[in-house]
Write a protein that binds this ligand. Structure first.
Ligand code: DX5
Ligand code: ZN
Length: 219
């Protein structure tokens, strides 16, 4: 779709040249920076934390879409707001009081997102969807970039789209994991609004061109 939001995932960037990578995205046709924060507890990997996000924010000229793969995310809502996050996405599986967490995120002036692991049914969001700005459907098990896309995600997109429409909500559907030039169009046709792409963009020979090609494919 024409208005699909493209969000390169910084996890796949060259960390030794982070400023250059950020400037590449600034100058490209991408829309957001997707930032993966992992704590080594909720997921079996540790990515990067606040000082790195602070460095990214200093150079980024597009919205920061922060995906927290951490336990007890409530502890850090204000911290991420202060660091300049525009969207803050927490995992359904990490929140005992999800409704409260979403309110806390919005109270800090951010858009509130909820991510679902591949095994978590979309139906569990029925009573909260109208309070969610963005649902991130994980199309790989969170923790690592470069994994292959789980095909069952298409069914979840369609179910979620129906749920959002029935609620009269404007919630965005984001797909995270294994997105590439072969599945991007089909994902938007199923109802996806935001496509996260890590390896597909940053490990390409020409990332700027890859983003441009993706934009063209979706137009
Ligand atoms: C996975 C992260 C993703 C990851 C996507 O846990 O949430 O955002 O960076 O990377 P690719 O696009 O390479 O699958
Ligand atoms: Zn992510």
């Amino acid at each position: 779709m024409n208005n699909t939001i493209i969000a390169p995932s910084v996890l796949a960037a060259d960390f030794a040249n982070l400023q250059k990578e950020i400037e590449m995205v600034n100058a490209s046709q991408a829309d957001w920076f997707h930032i993966d924060i992992m704590d080594g507890v909720f997921v079996p990997n540790i990515s990067f934390g606040m000082p790195v996000l602070e460095a990214i924010a200093k150079h980024a000229k597009k919205p920061l879409d922060v995906h927290l793969m951490i336990v007890d995310p409530d502890r850090y809502v204000k911290t991420f707001a202060d660091l300049g996050a525009n969207n803050l996405t927490v995992h359904y599986e990490a929140c005992t009081h999800l409704h409260r967490t979403l309110q806390a995120i919005k109270a800090e002036g951010m858009k509130a997102g909820v991510a679902l692991n591949p095994h978590t049914p979309v139906a569990l969001l029925a009573d909260v969807v109208q309070n969610v700005d963005l649902v991130c459907l994980m199309s790989v098990n969170p923790g690592f970039g470069g994994q292959s896309f789980i095909e069952h995600t298409y069914k979840k997109i369609r179910q979620l789209k129906t749920m959002i429409d029935e609620a009269g909500a404007t919630t965005l559907i984001e797909i995270d994991g294994g997105v590439n030039g072969n599945n991007a169009l089909a994902l938007t046709e199923a109802g996806a609004d935001v496509l996260v792409a890590g390896n597909f963009v940053f490990r390409a020979e020409n990332p700027t061109q890859t983003i441009a090609d993706l934009r063209k494919l979706l137009s």
